[in-house]
Design a protein around this ligand. Structure first.
Ligand code: PLP
Length: 435
């Protein structure tokens, strides 16, 4: 007999440590498209997407078929021992898709954190410099180096030090809570120019290998810089021979309606990291960058046993087909417009919503208890997520104060499902607003 939720929860509590967190109590039996069904038959609309991994939806038929076919042929050879076509074909496709009219190369790893680790290794090796500049509110992963690059103390860093050296952190373009107390556009995006000042006060440009930034900060609260921000950062990086690493782990693979979020800024980063939705749920991450940087580290300096696993590479090739051939990127754009209109309308009605922000369907609302003071409505956001779950909608909060509600819906979500998700969200908001 299949086990029920209660029994499974008891097993979980007894045998799995609490550190690997759970945002819901659900145990899932099946998931398709934007729907998940738990072991007791309860249905949920999923706009969390397994934390941004299911842009093409749960178990997309083309992805499943690609995995099955590959599993029938072989599961693992290790790219370093015996190569296979999907690895090199996928690398070539990502090199083409990444912006920039220059030669690029791609290597694969398994997780987002691993991609970031490798991007930093490449940048350090190629420049011969040690320092990495990262940002307030950044999230780059949970390994020692990426945790050190990550900003938020609790729960990511507390008690896990000492951290990796040669990491320097500067403020990000968080316009709603400007760290410089300025207002866009009058500020002229001074937060980007600040990088020059940073070199004087904190770490010299000559010892800086890379600046690493998310094009929209994901875990940090879907913080979306103004359009001038990245062109300015890139110009300064270029001036000093510093590699600009853009971490697209959460924002890539179509999340913002373009394949990469940085395309909205119109720049070509030196190195890009991708993961999450890239392989439709299979573990895969990629580092794509300028050939002259990526090609520098010596033979054997990069890699890993499972990196670029054949099942994951085939799944990613299927994801690219679905995004580009089946028109899912277009669908993402439409979804973005629909959801933004709904969020904007909710913001008119509920004072709890301080700001609606994002790009395409990578959208969020920051909740505040008071629009004047912008006091984060942390408890209300928690309450909102929990009420939505009780009504059959799974979504996630984010942000330093946990007061930002984000959407990471699969693009295959139907209009009816999306409408139902928005209705549940609004009903829950209204309940909290009434107190
Ligand atoms: C921008 C960004 N970088 C890196 C990571 C780490 O990815 P992973 O959890 O696959 O290691 C994440 C995960 O949320 C992320 O959002």
């Amino acid at each position: 007999m299949a086990k029920g939720m209660q029994e499974l929860m008891q097993l979980r509590q007894k045998h799995v440590p609490p550190g690997p967190f759970n945002t819901t109590q659900a145990f899932i039996k099946e998931a398709r498209g934007a729907l998940m069904i738990d072991v007791e038959g309860r249905e949920y609309i999923d706009i969390a997407g397994g934390i941004g991994v299911n842009n093409v939806g749960h178990s997309h038929p083309r992805v499943v078929e690609a995995i099955k076919k590959q599993a029938d042929q072989f599961i693992h050879t290790c790219f370093h021992v015996a190569m296979y076509e999907s690895y090199v074909t996928l690398a070539a496709k990502l090199n083409d898709l990444a912006p920039g009219d220059f030669a690029k190369m791609t290597m694969f790893a398994n997780s987002g954190a691993e991609a970031v680790e490798n991007a930093v290794k490449v940048a350090r090796y190629a420049t011969g410099r040690p320092a990495i500049i990262c940002f307030d509110n950044a999230f780059h992963g949970r390994t020692l180096l990426t945790m050190s690059l990550t900003s938020k103390n609790m729960p990511y860093k507390k008690g896990f030090g000492p951290f990796a050296p040669e990491i320097y952190r500067m403020p990000y373009a968080y316009c709603y809570r400007c760290p410089f107390g300025l207002t866009y556009p009058k500020c002229q995006v001074a937060c980007a120019d600040y990088l020059e000042h940073f070199f004087i006060n904190y770490v010299s440009a000559e010892s800086t290998a890379a600046v690493i930034a998310e094009p929209i900060q994901g875990e940090g609260g879907f913080i979306t810089p103004p359009p001038e921000y990245f062109p300015k950062l890139q110009k300064i990086c270029d001036k000093y021979g510093i590699a600009l690493i853009i971490d697209e782990v959460q924002s890539g693979a179509g999340r913002t309606g373009k394949f990469l979020a940085i395309e909205h800024a119109g720049i070509a980063p030196d190195i890009i990291t991708m993961a999450k939705s890239l392989a439709g749920g299979m573990p895969l991450s990629a580092v794509t960058g300028r050939a002259e940087l990526m090609g520098k580290p010596h033979v054997g300096g990069l890699g890993g046993t499972y990196s670029g696993n054949p099942l994951s590479c085939q799944a990613a090739l299927a994801v690219l087909d679905v995004l580009f051939e089946d028109g899912l990127l277009k669908r993402a754009e439409t979804l973005g417009q629909t959801v933004r209109a709904r969020f904007d309308a909710m913001a008119e009605k509920y004072a709890l919503i301080g700001e609606v922000r994002g790009l395409g369907p990578m959208l969020a609302m920051e909740l505040v208890t008071d629009r004047e003071t912008r006091e984060p409505a942390t408890q209300q956001a928690k309450d909102l997520v929990s009420r939505c779950f009780d009504k059959g909608l799974i979504l996630l909060s984010c942000g330093n104060y946990g007061n930002v509600i984000r959407t990471l819906m699969p693009f295959v979500i139907t209009d009816e499902q999306m409408e139902k998700a928005m209705a549940i969200l609004e009903e829950s908001l209204a309940e909290i607003d009434r107190g």
